[in-house]
Design a protein around this ligand. Structure first.
Ligand code: URA
Length: 191
């Protein structure tokens, strides 16, 4: 993909027809937050509410995500960016297919190149397997950190999984506390 500025990238992404999800989507969910954020959160893909509103994490799992963000003084209005592996809703909320991920990944790569975050937080298994490593075991490895080319990466449990298994909420809380510590360590203007 050619180097682009943020607005050009967004306009091109909103018009994307690189996979069949364009046929069933209502809106492309480009992502939301600050394009100069030092912390990038990456989810799996839009659900129904996100598809309707064109914004990531606006349904029930988004409300839970916002609670965790608030506890560590992060906000989608101010100091983070939130994106997804696939920008269009897979019908019936199925997992995105490998070819859909492949078609969509250049958009996330370009967002990453322009934002140049210091920290990437993967929300759930799918994002962790795409961004950190293909065999990422979310229950075993969430909350651990790897550094790749100067970027610190971690994953936490997907908020939708926490809604299904509320007993796991304290595990996620620990991950967010560790994220706050890492921000203090490596970020200059997030807090
Ligand atoms: N789940 C995700 O992974 N992403 C969203 O944007 C919403 C729900």
């Amino acid at each position: 993909m050619m180097p682009m500025d943020w607005d050009t990238l967004k306009a091109a992404c909103l018009a994307c027809e690189k996979c069949d999800l364009c046929k069933t989507r209502t809106q492309v969910v480009f992502g939301t937050g600050s394009p100069t954020a030092e912390v990038l959160f990456v989810g799996e893909g839009p659900g129904q509410k996100e598809d309707e509103q064109g914004l990531p994490f606006v349904g029930r799992s988004g409300q839970l995500l916002d609670v965790y963000l608030e506890t560590i003084k992060l906000s989608r209005q101010k100091n983070i960016f939130i994106a997804n592996i696939v920008k269009c809703r897979p019908p019936g909320n199925r997992d995105p297919l490998p070819e859909e991920r492949e078609a969509c990944l250049p958009w996330l790569r370009e967002q990453f190149s322009l934002i140049r975050p210091k920290i990437i937080v993967c929300l759930g298994r799918i994002a962790a397997q795409v961004i950190i490593k293909p065999d990422y075991a979310i229950m075993k490895e969430h909350g651990t950190w790897v550094e790749k080319n100067g970027v610190w990466m971690t994953a936490t449990l997907h908020p939708a999984a926490l809604l299904r298994n509320p007993k796991q909420k304290p595990l996620a809380f620990e991950d967010y506390v560790a994220i706050r510590e890492k921000i203090h360590e490596v970020c200059a203007h997030t807090y």
